[in-house]
Design a protein around this ligand. Structure first.
Ligand code: NDP
Length: 419
């Protein structure tokens, strides 16, 4: 019996809320709160006849700590699921600390305005010291570790698929498959087609900033940074086929380097079609990916926000998207003195997701792990205090929940390796 406050009601939150409502014996009460309350009301009305979970809704601007505190005090949840945007991570964590409530999210903090001088000074120092220049990193949220520990609370960071399930796959490999892990390649393949010339599968601002940043990977104890999209490989994905994929910086590399220190190399690859890359390069070249406000006919406009308004809403892609995703990790290492390779992954069908919860597979593969992570915290299966990432917890009950609630694992002990 527990009460959960979900902040955000976009593509991912909608899936997580659908799935929470399928586990009413744990999620007895849900409060859905977001900037636009009408979206929460619409979803609550759709789900109410189908679930025993009691649903209420609220309006909140989660950029404002006091509003979140007031909401938490009114709602009295056991857990806050932050499924808004990475920009709200710190304000929601502050509010959880003020109210003594556990916290979780699906993506690590990044600032909305990368021109903010105070943020920029810290960012530039981080770039020099750490050696990668992505806007997002864990340092902001790891800075809350002592505060969460002292308050006897847990903050679970990045519990989507990647980050999220990929780290549980790493914890599983470490626990059951290897004595030592040498290399980890995380492969994120979306073989889906939505029929638009250009659209992003999740929040366009966050997505385009991520993929237009320099890539980086972890090797021999330090970061190697490369120009955006400059390392390309082809891989033959189970049930999807041959796809081009590109090396990106991704947040879980940072925590995995810390928590699996013996790993000599950790890389992240994501598939992109040529049309997506051509559109993205063009938009970047004309300045449409900029986060700095420009003056347009007397009004201040942030180009990437204007672009977001023009692009299809990712939550609307569900009915159009056909094909499958294949996301997982390939490991090399040693078991009982022998060299070993191992691949663990999930294949998810866009149309099956749409039939079940009205969303495409990108939102589904993020929303289901968010629900399963909440389930782990609410049932006490994961109870480490402080600010934690998924690989710090026992992967067994989490992977069992994913198997049960829609993202079953597949395994291969003879995978092709990425050169
Ligand atoms: P959407 O843009 O579809 O939804 C974001 C939601 O947050 C909207 O309901 C929006 O409200 C709400 N919101 C935004 N700002 C505020 C605010 N200040 N106060 C309250 N609510 C706010 O995003 P997605 O659902 O696609 O993504 C959600 C999260 O999941 C993101 O953090 C994203 O990075 C992450 N993600 C993680 C993945 C993983 O595998 N780990 C993969 C994909 C996404 P409104 O309707 O008013 O705009």
């Amino acid at each position: 019996m527990s009460k959960v406050l979900v902040i955000g009601c976009g593509g991912v939150a909608s899936v997580a809320i659908h799935k929470c409502c399928q586990v009413s014996e744990v999620f007895t009460e849900l409060c859905i709160a977001s900037r636009t309350k009408s979206k929460c009301d619409k979803l609550a009305a759709e789900l109410a006849p189908k679930t025993a979970t009691r649903i209420t809704t609220a309006q909140v601007d989660a950029d404002d700590v006091q509003q979140v505190i007031d909401l938490i005090r009114a709602c009295k949840p056991d857990l806050v699921m932050n499924i808004a945007l990475p920009y709200q991570d710190l304000t929601i964590m502050d509010a959880c600390l003020a109210c003594g409530v556990n916290y979780m999210d699906t993506a690590n903090y990044e600032p909305e305005n990368t021109d903010d001088p105070a943020w920029r000074a810290v960012y530039e120092k981080r770039c020099r010291e750490a050696g990668f220049s992505a806007y997002f990193d864990y340092s902001w949220q790891w800075a809350y570790r002592k505060k969460f520990e002292a308050a006897g609370l847990t903050a679970l960071l990045g519990c989507g698929f990647d980050p999220g399930v990929t780290q549980a796959y790493c914890a599983h490999a470490k626990k059951h498959e290897f004595d030592t892990i040498d290399t980890i390649d995380i492969l994120d393949c979306n073989g889906g087609d939505h029929g638009y010339a250009f659209a992003t599968n999740f929040n366009p601002e966050v997505n385009l900033r991520e993929v237009s940043a320099p890539g980086s990977y972890w090797e021999n104890g330090h970061w190697v940074e490369i120009p955006p999209m400059s390392i390309k490989r082809e891989y033959n994905f189970d049930q999807v086929g041959h796809k081009d994929m590109y090396l990106l910086h991704h947040e879980e590399i940072e925590s995995l380097a810390l928590n699996i220190p013996e790993a000599r190399r950790i890389r992240f690859f994501m598939t992109f079609g040529q049309s997506y890359l051509d559109h993205m390069r063009c938009l970047e070249n004309v300045g449409m990916l900029s986060t700095s406000p420009v003056d347009f006919e007397g009004q201040q406009i942030v180009p990437i926000k204007f672009l977001k308004a023009l692009l299809p809403d990712p939550a609307s892609l569900g009915s159009r998207t056909k094909g499958k995703t294949n996301i997982g990790c390939i490991f090399t290492g040693k078991k009982s003195g022998q060299d070993k390779t191992y691949y663990i992954y999930n294949v998810c069908d866009h149309q099956e997701c749409y039939r079940e919860v009205g969303s495409q597979a990108i939102s589904y593969t993020t929303g289901v792990p968010a629900m399963c992570g909440a389930l782990m915290l609410l049932t006490g299966k994961w109870n480490k205090l402080g600010v934690c990432t998924v690989e710090e917890f026992d992967p067994d009950p989490f992977l069992a929940a994913l198997d049960q609630y829609g993202l079953p694992r597949r395994e291969s002990r003879t995978p092709a390796l990425v050169d």
